[in-house]
Design a protein around this ligand. Structure first.
Ligand code: PRT
Ligand code: ZN
Length: 310
């Protein structure tokens, strides 16, 4: 058992689940797993994962969670086997390039799993421009996106499909360039590769089946979506409290990014200073706090917000 939280009932795929109205597929293990679970927890769902369980039901919400390979998420959602899914946009795009038919809808970017798909070449390569890729070999696990990108520039390259360790292809003389995911850039650096061009920016997205929902399912889906929006909004928002001179209020208001109308309260024993509470919808950086202090603020507290409904 890897994780045990409250109010849960583990199940296996072959067990019939009664009265479940929604299902969501998430990655079983890998880069998106933890944060997908975390988001569902922030939405109030109690998730449980047994090492071998493929399906888990959440006791406090009519939804079952399927744990699968990330590549299977859009396939399952597209076929209507699952109602919803969480997957990297890169995987979704690769599938949508191969399927001509309607694909599951991407309904929300989820602010995690950020990376980009980029074409990279060896540091010492003579390839300096996208056009230099003509008649060259490009190794990738994303052949469809790569071809779509090359077509846009009318470049004819030989796209070599690799399912992993793409970064070693140039050294093995299997390719002149690669098209792979980059997050920090460390892997490229370790393999003496440099980015030639970005192809696609990606992050985890919530996807929805093209199959129409019943009225009941739609109500559940809308409720879940509201909770996801609330959780995402809360992540980027901060509650800021501080004291400041009344005369500095106009300047202070301009300093707070994405602020809502502040609450201003009198301070006991002070006529000219007030306490200010404000929700900021954008990240609060050290510079903001330093600027607030310069404007006369004191006792500044910046607190995370757990939930936020519009
Ligand atoms: O087993 P399963 O099929 O489910 O998982 P997987 O091994 O296919 O995928 P996984 O878990 O590696 O990644 C899942 C998703 O995470 C991807 O589809 C992306 O949407 C997202 N993601 C975010 C990343 C990265 N960042 C990332 N850095 N996926 C892969 N990488 C790899 C990249 O391929 C390269 O090898 O990390 C290396 C580069 O990282 P940096 O930090 O060195 O630049
Ligand atoms: Zn995968």
């Amino acid at each position: 058992m890897t994780e045990t939280l409250d109010s849960v009932r583990p199940m296996t795929a072959d067990v019939e689940v009664d009265n479940v109205m929604l299902s969501i597929a998430i990655q079983k293990k890998g880069r998106l797993h933890e944060e997908s679970i975390e988001l569902l927890k922030q939405c109030g769902l109690s998730c449980y994962q047994d090492k071998n369980a493929l399906v888990a039901r959440v006791k406090n919400y009519p939804i079952k969670i399927l744990f699968v390979r990330d590549d299977d998420v859009p396939l399952l959602v597209n076929e209507g086997v699952c109602d919803l899914g969480i997957v990297g946009d890169n995987v979704l795009q690769e599938l949508s390039c191969s399927l001509k038919a309607t694909l599951c809808e991407s309904v929300r970017p989820l602010q995690f799993g950020a990376c980009k798909l980029a074409i990279a070449v060896p540091n010492a390569s003579s390839i300096q421009d996208i056009r230099d890729l003509n008649n060259k070999r490009i190794a990738t696990s994303y052949p469809k996106i790569t071809k779509r990108f090359l077509n846009q520039y009318q470049i004819e390259s030989d796209v070599v499909m690799m399912s992993g360790s793409v970064e070693i292809a140039p050294r093995l003389n299997m390719a002149d360039a690669i098209c792979d995911l980059v997050a920090t850039g460390r892997t490229l650096m370790e393999h003496s590769l440099r980015v030639l061009t970005d192809v696609l920016a990606s992050e985890a997205v919530l996807i929805k089946t093209p199959r129409p929902f019943s009225k009941g399912q739609d109500a559940l889906y809308q409720r879940l979506l509201q909770r996801i929006d609330g959780a995402l909004r809360a992540r980027e928002s901060k509650y800021i409290l501080f004291h400041a001179p009344k005369s500095a209020l106009p300047r202070i208001e301009r300093l707070l990014p994405g602020r809502e109308a502040p609450t201003i309260l009198p301070l006991a024993g002070s006529d000219d200073r007030v306490a200010i509470h404000v929700v900021s919808r954008e990240g609060v950086f050290w510079e903001t706090i330093e600027n607030l202090k310069q404007a006369g603020a004191s006792s500044v507290l910046v607190l995370p917000i757990e939930k936020m409904l519009a």
